[in-house]
Design a protein around this ligand. Structure first.
Ligand code: ADP
Length: 434
């Protein structure tokens, strides 16, 4: 039976008993008895309610501090004690889990900041405090952009494209270089992960400087050697066959080394982020007509070279860089297409985007090599690349130039059938002239 019916039966018994009293001792005595009982009941409830109120207001809310009760209130307080016990147990479990989580994240080598849906700081670990110059105690509830004010970070946060990390230089007064990555989770919350890559970036700069310096230092002696070799080849017409062959070989190798040094210097320039890209309107159709003539003289009539210009649209970017990228792809097509093959150079629009591609009917590339072709010095066939005067750096240069123009570089190929090297420029770089 439920508590409600218990109490109804109690009230009913009291009413019945009063009715009996009424019949035996008269109305006055019965009503006196009834009101005394009601008054006693009200006092009983008020007394227990005051105990409950005091417990709610002042007590530490442990089950041991719950007041003692009598009658129905005994049950109520017993239920309350049971509820407080289970509640405090789960609260203990929760705080233990939270403490474990905080200890684990504090021990992590990366900085972690939890941001709410409006990008206010909810929590951060000590490494994040060090990386970003924030303080968990003081800055919780503050907008992260009020504390990390660098423009690239503000733009990264606003752009909501968090698939790629952001490299933030001089992130704080320590002059750190940080890699920041935002990871959305839960209900519009974000995790900001920071990693100190200062050492890695310094090594990378050292590597870049080293290659640039070595290439630069090699350039002058090589030019001198090349110059003398040329003069000697011109003058020593009546030299022995062996000497002539040696001279020809030395000249060829000196040219190869010069090309290599030039390509390494080009790559160093492209890798240098301080080297700001020139924004010029380029007449692509005109540039490609020039390239077609150069390709024809490079091919020496061994291939059929077609030009297909489907749009007069122009491109916004660096003329020298784009010429170098396009010309690298065209010269590769000639070098890797056997005699009699077809090569076509295309410029067209797809929606608002600009597409440049070179199609050849050459030897093709096996699929497993394709993802690695843009690595420096990666070659499918070393001897063939050298034979045809390759440096192994051409596609690495093309990839760098494409990404400096926010373009996508894609290679598709079928072995024995030919290859297509395609650069897709974003709409913001295409100036419509159609
Ligand atoms: P390389 O100077 O060796 O040509 P690249 O970086 O230009 O260096 O090209 C890398 C490799 O990609 C080449 O060694 C070659 O194996 C392959 N490759 C490039 N273009 C073509 C092509 N049009 N057809 C077949 N293979 C190609």
């Amino acid at each position: 039976m439920t508590g409600f019916w218990h109490r109804c039966i109690g009230l009913l018994s009291l009413t019945l008993f009063t009715a009996v009293l009424w019949a035996v001792f008269g109305a006055v005595n019965a009503l006196l008895f009834f009101s005394t009982m009601l008054l006693w009941s009200v006092i009983h409830h008020i007394r227990h309610m005051v105990k409950l109120e005091q417990w709610l207001q002042h007590s530490d809310h442990t089950s041991a501090s719950i007041p003692e009760g009598s009658g129905n209130w005994d049950d109520v307080f017993a239920y309350l004690a049971r509820y407080v016990r289970t509640h405090s147990h789960s609260q203990q479990q929760l705080s233990l889990a939270l403490e474990r989580m905080q200890r684990a994240t504090s021990a992590m080598p990366d900085g972690i900041v939890i941001l709410d849906e409006t990008n206010r700081i909810e929590w951060c670990n000590p490494i994040a405090e060090h990386h970003l110059g924030i303080k968990q105690d003081l800055d919780a509830g503050q907008q992260i952009i009020h504390l990390v004010r660098q423009i690239p970070f503000v733009e990264y946060l606003a752009a909501r494209k968090y698939s790629k990390p952001l490299i933030l230089k001089q992130a704080h007064y320590h002059q750190l270089i940080l890699m920041l990555q935002l990871v959305p989770y839960g209900y519009k919350q974000k995790l900001l992960i920071s990693r100190d890559i200062t050492r890695f970036e310094r090594l990378e700069t050292m590597r870049r400087d080293f290659i640039a310096n070595v290439s630069h230092e090699l350039r002058t002696p090589l030019t001198v050697i090349g110059g003398f070799l040329e003069t000697m080849s011109d003058e020593n017409n009546n030299d022995s066959e062996i000497n002539k062959r040696a001279l020809a070989l030395m000249t060829e190798q000196a040219i190869r080394m010069q090309n290599l040094v030039e390509d390494l210097l080009t790559l160093s320039r492209l890798e240098n982020d301080q080297n700001i890209i020139e924004e010029k309107e380029i007449d692509v159709a005109d540039m490609l007509r020039d390239l077609q003539h150069e390709a024809e003289s490079l091919s020496g009539g061994r291939h059929q070279i077609k030009l297909d210009i489907a749009t007069e649209s122009q491109l916004l970017g660096s003329e020298s860089e784009l010429r170098s990228a396009f010309s690298n792809l065209v010269s590769n097509a000639i070098r890797y297409t056997p005699e009699g093959g077809d090569i076509s150079i295309h410029w067209e629009k797809q929606g608002e985007r600009g597409i440049f591609y070179v199609q050849d009917s050459g030897i093709g590339i096996e699929p497993e090599h394709i993802p690695r072709l843009t690595e420096r010095f990666y070659r499918v066939d070393n001897s063939r690349s050298r034979e045809t005067g390759g440096t192994g750096l051409g596609l690495a240069i093309v990839k760098h130039i494409s990404s400096r123009h926010q373009a996508r570089f894609k290679i598709t190929s079928k072995i024995g059938k030919g290859s297509r090297f395609r650069i897709q420029f974003p709409a913001k770089r295409v100036i419509s002239r159609d």
